[in-house]
Design a protein around this ligand. Structure first.
Ligand SMILES: Cc1cc2nc3c(=O)[nH]c(=O)nc-3n(C[C@H](O)[C@H](O)[C@H](O)COP(=O)(O)O)c2cc1C
Length: 167
């Protein structure tokens, strides 16, 4: 898939078929995430993959988007390793790039994914549930599965509205 086509056709996918996602695909999504740019190439992202139904159900209790996490065969928690940080803003920006790469990779693999941020209200409970070291700060959970449909629509403001200046 062409990169621009991937960017424009990716949509948040919140409904999945029951089909499991093969582990090599999950690993490819993590690899794509890890190829995001980061300041000083410090690569501050860390991942926990939850395919186990029981674990996903526990995760689901920590967000109002519980149905998504119950239905998606894979949930990937993305953490910022605070012990690898060098700059608060730039490290958070790097995690955003990592997450976007993951969403685009899922799309390129024919999968559907959605970035779940609402669960951050319970980030301490998520970290405890997933048994990660103290230095890990939850950035998002990405739900991944085979899309139940491919007719999601989304909108964006016209580029001209966003352009503050041109010199
Ligand atoms: C920081 C962030 C947090 C988000 N949190 C959620 C969420 O908790 N639940 C959800 O269903 N979608 C969530 N989304 C997905 C957005 O709703 C979605 O990207 C937006 O509506 C645009 O739709 P599109 O991705 O299909 O283009 C989040 C996206 C971002 C970038």
């Amino acid at each position: 898939m062409d990169i621009l086509e991937g960017i424009y056709t990716r949509r948040s996918v919140r409904k999945y078929t029951g089909e499991p996602v093969d582990r090599p695909m999950v690993m490819e999504i993590l690899k794509a995430g890890s190829w995001a740019p980061s300041g000083l190439n410090n690569q501050p992202w860390r991942f926990v993959v939850a395919c186990d139904r029981g674990k996903r159900s526990e995760l689901a209790k920590l967000t109002r988007y519980s149905r998504i996490l119950e239905d998606a065969p894979v949930a990937i928690a993305v953490f910022l390793d605070r012990s690898a940080m060098y700059n608060e803003t730039k490290d958070h920006q790097a995690i955003g790039a990592c997450l976007q790469n993951m969403l685009l990779a899922a799309h390129a693999l024919g999968l559907g994914a959605v970035w779940l941020g609402e669960i951050l209200k319970n980030s301490t409970a998520v970290a405890r549930l997933l048994d990660v070291p103290e230095s890990m700060e939850l950035m998002a959970v990405v739900a991944v599965g085979h899309p139940a449909s491919r007719d999601q629509r989304s909108e964006r403001r016209e580029t001209g509205e966003l352009l503050l200046g041109e010199f």
